[in-house]
Write a new protein. Structure first.
Length: 567
């Protein structure tokens, strides 16, 4: 890579501000080239473009920071073959080119990324394919579709009828099975019945590896991952195209990680395998173990190196699975990559950059100044590889020790065993959502995931802190004494629920807020919210109800400390 190319490399970075997190871009020296102004920002792609968000809308910028695609989409996928899929709220998915021109004639419920000049789309219950000009080159007639590989794609035409097609939609070979996997290197996994074992057929439909697996993945560079287990105590192995085992089916996990390497995982706790694995590196050609079971995570190889996690450290290994001695070890859990002569470290849910000797180039600020005397300090609590909390501590506030101890408790900073495996993971963070006059409003978020569960449980807490007194305000502090704010607010909320009843659980009795009901304030309104599952399904998240102050002015105590702290 020449020096001129390196000079053009830009890296996304974030800073914490009073108004929340802002993203911009630095060069390899750590100097801002695009000042932080976005709510989110991805890295620049090979085409010199990057996806960014302004509030909740996604757009695309060039390396000068100019918008090539305005921020009008819900999201935009990374470019593939010069095209990107974007979602327009209320309309559906479309395809845009690198100049922001829409190439599709209509919107679709789903469009895949382009591969070999084709992207499959869904229209109603059927799938077809678009060409690079956005035309429906193969109309929607399949129950299911896959990406093209070597000019061929496997599609499901109807029940027990699959086919291998070319890029014009012509059937090259039909197959008659209840289930088939993706096409890979001339082989396709199949099951005669949904509940039967998996094997492989070749393109001509001949059974080349008889069914004997509970699951069978596509072939990659002559190897495929298979599983023999009937339960959660997996028995993964690696086979060659003749069906013989290169690596016997003894492992809880196997990943093909590139450069003729695989990572092999043994369950940390065989009686509770969902807690995870500890990994070794092996040669996928010979099956030979190159390391012992040392690593908590082994990422895909990027050229000569792979990034691994061991305990609470991240570092690089070479193709023999050994630590690279001349590259740094980074404290934290995550992924490392070398980009433009710089090490990008996404560890402990933060992005930092280092030179190749390990000297820090950039990390997110840990201090948020509020006034000349008052600042928020971001502290990190990482007692265990499965437990991470970023929590606020405030310098210069009244009753500082008591305030900071309470913030630690609310952030779930508590005793956690350092070396014993947890059977769940937890992460927590905070954001400044309002700082006005004397009122500081902090949003504390958390997510606990029991290993093996369908999903975890998020938590959300807002702290309304008076910086003059150290007092943390409750909902009742906003209202005049003796006023029945609970029923007034509850009536407003139930009216809003009745306007859109399909979003909420049916209730025999009206919802009633609690004295300690979660809430936050803005300049113009009070916002009441509920926990997941409390009045609506998990998919709704935290149902919020915005109540303008003008609707409840008669019960607000405008002479009270809470109101006067921010008005």
């Amino acid at each position: 890579m020449n020096n001129n190319r390196i000079e053009r490399v830009l890296f996304p970075v974030s800073i914490k501000t009073i108004g929340g997190q802002k993203w911009g871009y630095i060069d390899q020296s750590g100097q801002f080239q695009i000042y932080p102004q976005f709510t989110e920002a991805d890295g620049f792609q090979d085409n010199g473009l990057a996806i960014v968000w302004v509030d909740q809308q996604a757009g695309v910028i060039d390396k000068t920071g100019k918008f090539v695609i305005p921020p009008i989409y819900e999201w935009i996928q990374p470019f593939s073959e010069g095209l990107a899929v974007a979602l327009l709220e209320g309309k559906g998915n479309l395809v845009v080119d690198e100049k922001g021109q829409v190439v599709t004639a209509k919107h679709y419920p789903y469009i895949s990324n382009y591969k070999e000049g084709r992207a499959y789309f869904q229209d109603g219950n059927l799938s077809g394919y678009l060409d690079e000009k956005g035309r429906e080159v193969i109309p929607p007639r399949y129950e299911y579709a896959n990406d093209f590989h070597d000019g061929k794609a496997l599609v499901k035409i109807k029940e027990q009828n699959y086919a291998l097609i070319n890029k014009n939609g012509e059937v090259l070979q039909p197959y008659f099975y209840e289930m088939m996997g993706d096409y890979g290197e001339g082989f396709i996994s199949f099951r005669k019945k949904y509940d039967s074992k998996s094997g492989y057929v070749n393109e001509a439909g001949k059974v080349v590896i008889p069914p004997r697996f509970t699951s069978a993945m596509p072939f990659e560079k002559g190897r495929a991952i298979v599983n023999l287990s009937e339960n959660s105590k997996y028995q993964y192995g690696l086979i060659a195209k003749n069906g013989s085992y290169v690596i016997p089916p003894f492992y809880h996990d196997i990943n093909i990680i590139g450069e003729t390497r695989v990572s092999l995982g043994k369950a940390i706790d065989p009686e509770y395998p969902s807690i995870g694995s500890v990994f070794a590196v092996a040669d996928s050609k010979t099956g030979r173990l190159l390391t012992d079971f040392l690593y908590d995570t082994v990422h895909d190889y990027d050229g000569e190196f792979s990034s691994v996690i061991q305990g609470t450290e991240s570092f690089f290994i070479n193709k023999m699975g050994q630590k690279v001695p001349y590259l740094p070890v980074i404290d934290g859990i995550g992924h490392l990559s070398i980009e433009g002569g710089v090490i990008k470290a996404f560890v402990d849910e933060r992005i930092s950059y280092y030179d190749l000797k390990g000297s820090l180039i950039w990390t997110q600020n840990q201090t948020i100044p509020l006034t000349k005397k008052i600042s928020i300090i971001e502290e990190k609590y990482r007692p265990n590889k499965n437990y991470l909390v970023y929590y606020p501590q405030i310098i210069g506030v009244a009753s500082q020790n008591n305030v900071n101890q309470k913030l630690k408790e609310l952030s779930q900073v508590k005793p956690i065993p350092a070396h014993e495996p947890l059977y769940y993971s937890y992460s927590g963070d905070f954001t400044v959502v309002l700082f006005q006059k004397y009122l500081l409003e902090l949003e504390l978020t958390g997510y606990e995931y029991p290993f093996g569960a369908a999903h975890g449980m998020p938590t959300l807490t807002h702290v309304n802190l008076d910086l003059r007194t150290g007092r943390m305000y409750r909902l009742q502090d906003l209202f005049k004494r003796g006023r029945d704010y609970i029923n007034v607010i509850s009536d407003i909320i139930n009216k809003k629920i009745n306007e859109q009843p399909e979003y909420y659980f049916s209730q025999d009795e009206p919802a009633v807020i609690k004295e300690d009901q979660p809430f936050y304030v803005t300049n113009e309104q009070l916002v009441i919210y509920f926990a997941p599952y409390e009045i609506a399904s998990f998919a709704v998240g935290f149902p919020e109800f915005e109540i303008p102050y003008r609707e409840i002015r008669s019960i607000i105590d405008k002479n009270g400390a809470f109101w006067r702290s921010f008005h």
